[in-house]
Design a binder for this molecule. Sequence first.
Ligand code: TRP
Length: 337
Amino acid sequence: MENQIITPKKTIFSGIQPSGTLTLGNYIGALRNFTLLQDEYNCIYCVVDMHAITVRQNPADLRRRCLELAATYIACGLDPKKNIIYCQSHVSGHAELGWILNCYTYMGELQRMTQYKDKAAKHADNINAGLFTYPVLMAADILLYQADLVPIGADQKQHLELTRDIAQRFNGVYGDVFTVPEGYFGKVGSRVMSLQDPTRKMSKSDPEDCYIAILDPADVIRRKVKRAVTDSDAEIRYDPENKPGVSNLLSIIAAMTGDSIENVVNDLSGQGYGTLKNRVSECVIETLAPIQEEHKRLMADKAYLQGILDENAQRANAIAMRTLRKVQKKIGFAARG
Ligand code: TRP
């Protein structure tokens, strides 16, 4: 056998809020790529239900959405034996490390967080302490698993920066306890834009017509694509600057089929926007159909899904506990018998 240098796998950690639905943008920009990482990295995907309660949640909805989110991840091709897919509240170390890190984070740092300022403005009747310390819990999520890489969108950059500052501050006092994580950003160009305002990112918090949800039925997908904003010059050409709507549709086809944009444009040249939109609907429907089927199967087999979540929480807990015990010892908590 050839000599091999064995380097330990790096750890990727990501948290996803169980609020709202995942969109085609999440699929193309994140989920689909995660399946390509599952052999090369230790990947941990956490359903962050504890973050979700920083705004008021309906208990039955929250419970269902946590399961649905886990099922969507698995249905998109993330093997729950290779990856760890679990609920944050099932691993108590998140709360425990979160508390400790609160004592190593300054009020001034949290006051500068733009997401806090936005959310406080949006939920003026419920500016709770959890909303304020949200980034500290996020830091605990990441640092508990000694994550090397954290896939995040631009809106979470400030939180990751704070996580790095907290880790470095802690390490500065107690030695190398935490891995200082880096952001992991998807390929440029894999951004899917809103169907109604193609100069903005497709987002689940916009009105329904703006996005395609991974679980949208075929007729809904057709309707939304049919209503997608294009332009009036009726020429199929890739030009994101001047033709953002048409270019977005072309890149969706390219992403779904794996074809180059150039080929997609050549294929469709001389055709009308109706044909372009039909092509978009059909390839989106075709890609999402097996995912939706698997999702349905998983949701119908709650015992199986529950078993997966339990097993994965145990795997996560084993890693988390190692870090937590080390931290507790470093800061001087009394040893356990
Ligand atoms: N705050 C993240 C968001 O809203 C979710 C999140 C929580 C997260 N913990 C995390 C993301 C840890 C990455 C790593 O998108």
